[in-house]
Design a protein around this ligand. Structure first.
Ligand code: ATP
Length: 466
């Protein structure tokens, strides 16, 4: 039998629940500005989402490490993408291609020549900028000097290295700046192995590297990041249809996982913004605390990549349609998202504060599919009597969901910690549990508590958790 209760500070002695007193909750207005950014960055460090990389050595230029909670959140973002892009579809297959690749790939793709940003230096203070990101191209934003910029130099963003022990030209390799090319170079392999035919897609999640001139804004722009990309190969005359289709799909994906629509927009590129391969691109943009920023680009790449690789490699990269007896080079629609950037947007959108009985409660209202822990098992006290049943419950729940276990501190503090991690439900074991084999299930968003027999726990959690 379920017995409703409130989230009043639980009785520290014997049960997880106390009275039926209704919580006094006053919403706090958290403005979407640099103070939100500060709160999220602080929370990330404090609770183990994101740490500055090599911090004990002073950090390393906008690189970040994902801590015990961040690794779960990032993985859930990638899993949610994979689930909707691959698992739930019959027309998309996966791939995991190498990060190191030979110059021939990047020569064919156009990246050796075109993957550049215009770099300018301020002669006065020596600061460096991407010219296309300057609000006023005549004034240095660091020192205010007028007309102090050098002429723009085109700076290639690819990381170059050498494969093998000898640093010679023959051994040059690049770290991929996008995952997409591994998909194009495997087009024929996948076509032959998978029995797919256009329209079909190849999806890939993985690290990419760009020697960004101005990394920054936390994990928004880093030199090492993760992408979630899919190349969707279609008959040329269907390309417009699929472009519209994927723009809508991808926008809706962010809405489904909790980005409010007033902080999301689709922005078509102007002609002078288009990448060297694209005949049409729309960005899914999120209202970051500093303004609109790209989460994902949906590009019509035409037949550019397959044609380039076919020409440079001498291999046939086209498709023979037996039904119509025609051979054609498929056109490509590419939804290209950043996993790390999306994670940051989900964090910013989920961050919330409210006043509960005069105290601030920070709560991450993450979609349950994204939440790092789905549940936390909290024995009310460390007394050995509770350890056995608590461990039994943890083993049962953890078998199905990522589950935290925490037995330190007062229960109220532990609830607040789980709220900050975005854990949708807490399962509290108290001394009554020893009598009635029931536990208290507490909801993150409403703080409402219900008493649930252990035998029914998995079914009750199954109604709330994916
Ligand atoms: P931007 O204009 O922000 O430099 P882009 O248009 O060059 O991005 P794409 O090449 O379209 O980006 O890459 C697809 C996605 O990969 C981007 O929408 C973004 O989410 C992610 N991404 C690209 N560069 C970075 C980076 N330096 N750090 C983190 N994520 C990135």
């Amino acid at each position: 039998m379920l017995r409703p209760m409130s989230d009043a500070e639980p009785n520290p002695t014997d049960t997880a629940s106390t009275t039926d007193r209704v919580e006094e909750v006053v919403p706090v207005d958290v403005p979407n500005d640099e103070t939100l950014m500060e709160r999220v960055v602080n929370l990330s460090k404090r609770r183990g989402f994101v740490f500055p990389s090599a911090e004990i050595y002073g950090g390393f230029r906008s690189t970040y490490d994902y801590g015990p909670i961040g690794v779960l959140l990032l993985r859930n973002v990638k899993d949610a993408w994979w689930r909707s892009m691959v698992q739930l579809r019959t027309d998309v297959v996966g791939l995991d291609a190498a990060i190191l690749s030979p110059p021939a790939v990047w020569e064919a793709s156009g990246h050796l020549v075109n993957f550049t940003d215009p770099l300018v230096d301020c002669r006065k203070c020596k600061s460096r900028f991407r010219e296309d990101q300057l609000e006023d191209p005549t004034t240095c934003p660091t020192c205010g000097a007028k007309d102090s910029f050098t002429a723009a130099r085109q700076f290639n963003l690819m990381f170059k290295t050498h494969a093998g022990p000898v640093e010679e030209d023959a051994a040059v390799a690049y770290l991929r700046p996008e995952t997409a090319q591994g998909i194009f170079t495997n087009f024929a392999n996948v076509l032959n192995a998978s029995r797919k035919r256009p329209p079909f897609g190849i999806a890939q999640i993985g690290k990419s590297f760009r020697n960004e001139i101005t990394p920054g804004n936390f994990v928004f722009r880093t030199r090492e990041f993760e992408q979630m990309e899919m190349e969707y190969f279609v008959p040329p005359d269907e390309v417009e249809h699929w472009y519209e289709y994927w723009c809508a799909e991808r926008y809706n994906w962010y809405v489904e996982f909790g980005i409010p629509e007033d902080r999301l927009r689709m922005r078509p590129h102007d002609a002078d913004e288009l990448s060297h391969y694209s005949s049409g691109t729309s960005d899914v943009e999120f209202a970051f605390p500093w303004g609109w920023g790209e989460l994902e680009g949906v590009a019509n790449r035409g037949d550019y990549d397959l044609t380039q690789h076919a020409t440079h490699s001498g291999e046939k990269l086209d498709y023979f349609d037996q039904a119509s007896g025609t051979r054609y080079t498929p056109h490509v629609i590419e939804p290209a998202a950043g996993a790390t950037r999306a994670m940051m947007a989900f964090l910013l959108a989920a961050y919330d504060e409210e006043q509960v009985r005069g105290e601030t409660r920070v709560v991450l209202r993450l979609h349950p599919r994204l939440a790092p822990y789905k549940a936390a098992v909290l024995p009310l006290s460390r007394k050995p009597e509770l350890a056995g049943v608590a461990s039994e419950v943890h083993t049962m729940v953890a078998d199905r969901w990522m589950t935290d276990y925490d037995e330190t501190q007062a229960i109220g503090k532990r609830y607040r910690r789980q709220d900050e991690l975005g854990t949708p439900v807490c399962v509290t074991i108290d001394f009554e549990t020893l009598e009635d084999r029931a536990v208290t299930v507490r909801d993150r968003d409403t703080m409402a508590q219900v008493r649930v027999p252990i035998d029914d726990l998995m079914a009750v959690l199954g109604e709330r958790l994916p």
